[in-house]
Design a protein around this ligand. Structure first.
Ligand code: 1HN
Length: 344
């Protein structure tokens, strides 16, 4: 027998390490699980203590010093990784009167969902938009964006980004603008009038991200409440409407699926699961959510909840109609042909 042949598998594995080799037979089932096993756990960030913690940062660091004054919503199943689910990033951002969060751009796509306060303005590639509670605003990848506050009360919004996805494919770049405050080249409302009114410029080409970069809640709410009265209501999703890119009918952001969900008072959705993971923030009413075998957990106004992939989820609205904004990685699953769902 060759004296260099290890006498046990464990000894053999030791010989592989310096050669940068590993036995697939040890790894195979972990690499290719029988079904998705997300590391993230279902979790709720309750608004009041989270808001308090965010406001406390306001007297300690400015928006300019921080670049972005944000508390990252870090899933307890993924400590230290700045992930709200296995594939998504979320944070809550605070901007105070008179502050400016300077212009930069990056290859990660971002969304803002406004929760509290009036007077903040975000500018995206030459156009400003004022931010109001319930508005959904997009910063498409590689577009200059800065935020400023022209009002007199703290403003807080939820940020959602595809940071973990862009990291996974090694496509992350960032650049700071030469000016803190980018030049404005189009009047406020231009994008909504041009692309968001059931019209498109003749010969408009398809774009990766919706050119409607600001979707006012006023309009979204009108659709939901009209449809909520007339139905039908989907047994698994309630009344869920997706934000679209009008140039191609795709999701508004190519990597992040954004929806607004209305669950009518007293309605309980049937169990549902999908490979995509999702973040939910409650805008109106009271919504209860149950994940897997867990009990229903109550979401109050502005609470944020993470739903990991491939977990069975059920919603019910108590008292009055509940409205929640949701964002997920579903477009990526779909584009790769890997989206799977199960309806109970
Ligand atoms: C970012 O650019 C913003 O522009 C917020 O407000 C959060 C998290 C990770 C990477 C970039 C913003 C971010 C971010």
């Amino acid at each position: 027998m060759d004296t260099r042949t290890p006498s046990s598998l464990d000894d053999y594995y030791e010989t592989l390490k310096p050669l940068n080799l590993a036995p697939l037979w040890v790894r195979l089932k972990g690499l290719v699980p029988s079904e998705p096993k997300p590391k993230a756990v279902p979790f709720r960030w309750p608004w009041e203590p989270t808001r308090e913690a965010l406001l406390a940062s306001g007297s300690l660091i400015s928006a300019k010093e921080a670049e972005r004054r944000v508390l990252v919503l870090e899933n307890p199943g993924l400590p230290g990784q700045s992930r709200v689910t296995d594939t998504l990033y979320a944070g809550l951002q605070l901007i105070l009167p008179g502050e400016l969060a300077p212009a930069h751009r990056h290859t990660q796509s971002a969304l803002r969902f406004c929760l509290e306060g009036e007077g903040a303005v975000t500018s995206v590639d030459g156009e400003r938009t004022r931010m109001h509670r319930g508005d959904f605003i997009i910063t498409p990848f590689w577009t200059w964006h800065d935020h400023k506050h022209e009002g007199d009360e703290p403003v807080i919004w939820l940020d959602g980004l595809d940071v973990p996805l862009v990291s996974a494919i090694g496509a992350g770049f960032r650049e700071e603008h030469m000016e803190e405050d980018q030049e404005i080249t189009r009047p406020e409302g231009d994008a909504l009038a041009r692309y968001g009114n059931g019209l498109l410029p003749l010969n408009q080409q398809a774009t990766h991200t919706s050119p409607v970069f600001s979707y006012p809640y006023e309009r979204t709410r009108e659709s939901l409440h009209v449809l909520g009265r007339s139905g039908p209501v989907d047994p698994h999703h309630g009344l869920t409407m997706r934000y679209i890119n009008p140039t191609n009918g795709d999701w508004a952001i190519p990597t992040i699926g954004t929806t607004m969900k209305l669950v009518p008072a007293g309605f309980e959705t049937r169990p549902y699961r999908a490979t995509s993971s999702e973040v939910v923030v409650l805008l109106e009413g009271t919504l209860e959510v149950a994940v897997g075998d867990g009990d229903f957990e109550r979401l109050s106004r502005n609470d944020v909840f993470s739903v990991p992939g491939w977990q069975t989820v059920r919603y019910r609205a108590v008292g009055e109609d509940a409205v929640a904004f949701c964002f997920s990685d579903r477009p990526v699953h779909e584009k790769l042909g890997l989206f799977r769902e199960w309806q109970g």
